[in-house]
Design a protein around this ligand. Structure first.
Ligand code: SF4
Ligand code: SF4
Length: 291
C-alpha cells in the first residue's frame, strides 16, 4: 500500500466505506444517442473535461440499510447521502493535490467508473453490486491530479446467466437485462413533478423510490437477513446515527412544512418536497389509479 492508499483504507474503516482507484482515461463506451448530445456524452466519459490535469479517479461507496417499509424506499428513510458523502469526500480530497468531487451531481458516469475502479460489477438491475454492501450503497467520486496505485476488482463475478429475479420483481416491466426504462421506473416516477394518468397508474402504492429489483437479489440476501435479525436500526455501514423515521403513508397528508422538515428534512426524500409525497399518497389511496 502506498501512503494514499493507507490513508484511504483508514478512512474507509472509520466511515464504513468501500473504495477503489482507477486511471482517469476516458471510458471506452460508445454513445447510444444522437450526435447532437456527443458533447455532453464526452463529459460523461472523459474526466479531463471536468478537471484538465486529472490522473486518477477514486470511487467511494457508502452503504445504507434496506428500508423496513414496503412503500418507502431505503433512500427515502435514511439520512441524505448527498450531504454525508460530500462531507467525507471533501475530507479525503484535502489530502491530495487539486481535486474535484461529485455525488450524483457531476457529469461523469459514476457507476461505470465504480466498475472500472473495482468496487463491484454491473447487475442486470443496472445497479453496481459490491462484495460488502450488495447493491445497497451510494457512490461518490474524487478526481485528482495525483498518480495513484490502481485497485484490482473486489468482486470478480457477475450475475448468473439464469438469474432474472430482479427483472421478474419489477412490477412495471421497466427492466430488461442491464437496461432500465426510466419512463416506467417507479423510483423516477415518484420523484417526477407532473404525472400523466398512465404514469400515476404505475406507482404501485410507492410513496418515494422503489427497491423491488434489489430486495430479492441473491447478492443482497445476507444484508437483508442481518436487517431482519437486528431490527430497523441496523445499518451495515453504520453511516447514520439517526434513527430511522417512523412512517405511515397516511400521516404524510397531515404534515405541514415545519413537521415535514422535522420528519423528512435529513432524508433524500426531502429533495422532492412535501407536495410530491402528498400526491403520491393520494394516488396510492385512489381507486382511479388502480389497474
Ligand atoms: S426501481 Fe422499481 S420500478 Fe424501477 S426498475 Fe427497479 S423494481 Fe422496477
Ligand atoms: S437479481 Fe439476479 S440478475 Fe438481478 S442483479 Fe441480482 S443476481 Fe443479477
Amino acid at each position: 500500500m502506498d501512503k494514499h492508499e493507507k490513508i484511504f483504507a483508514y478512512m474507509a474503516e472509520k466511515y464504513g466505506l468501500i473504495f477503489g482507484i482507477c486511471d482517469a482515461k476516458p471510458l471506452n463506451i460508445a454513445p447510444k444517442t444522437a450526435p447532437f448530445v456527443t458533447k455532453d456524452f464526452n463529459r460523461r466519459i472523459n474526466p479531463a473535461l471536468t478537471l484538465p490535469n486529472v490522473k486518477s479517479i477514486i470511487v467511494v461507496g457508502k452503504g445504507y440499510a434496506p428500508s423496513p417499509f414496503h412503500n418507502l424506499s431505503s433512500l427515502g428513510c435514511a439520512a441524505d447521502y448527498h450531504a454525508i458523502l460530500t462531507d467525507i469526500l471533501k475530507r479525503m480530497g484535502k489530502i491530495m493535490a487539486t481535486t474535484s468531487i461529485m455525488v450524483d451531481t457531476g457529469p461523469l458516469m459514476e457507476k461505470a467508473f465504480a466498475v472500472k475502479a473495482g468496487i463491484g460489477f454491473w447487475g442486470k438491475n443496472t445497479l453496481i453490486i459490491s462484495k460488502k454492501f450488495g447493491s445497497f450503497f451510494n457512490i461518490g467520486i474524487i478526481l485528482t491530479e495525483k498518480e495513484l496505485v490502481y485497485s484490482a476488482p473486489s468482486l470478480t463475478t457477475a450475475c448468473p446467466a439464469d438469474c432474472n429475479i430482479c427483472i421478474k420483481s419489477c412490477p412495471t416491466g421497466a427492466l430488461d437485462e442491464y437496461v432500465l426504462d426510466t419512463s416506467r421506473c417507479i423510483s423516477y416516477l415518484t420523484q417526477k413533478k407532473r404525472l400523466s394518468t398512465d404514469e400515476a397508474k404505475l406507482l404501485n402504492n410507492q410513496i418515494y423510490g422503489c427497491d423491488l429489483c434489489q430486495i430479492h437479489c441473491p447478492f443482497n440476501g445476507d444484508i437483508l437477513a442481518k436487517v431482519k435479525k437486528s431490527g430497523i436500526k441496523f445499518n451495515p455501514a453504520d453511516i447514520s446515527k439517526l434513527d430511522r423515521i417512523k412512517f405511515n403513508p397516511a400521516d404524510i397528508l397531515k404534515l405541514d412544512a415545519e413537521t415535514f422538515e422535522k420528519q423528512f428534512g435529513k432524508t433524500a426524500a426531502a429533495w422532492c418536497g412535501l407536495e410530491i409525497l402528498k400526491r403520491n399518497v393520494q394516488i396510492s389511496q385512489s381507486s382511479n389509479f388502480k389497474t
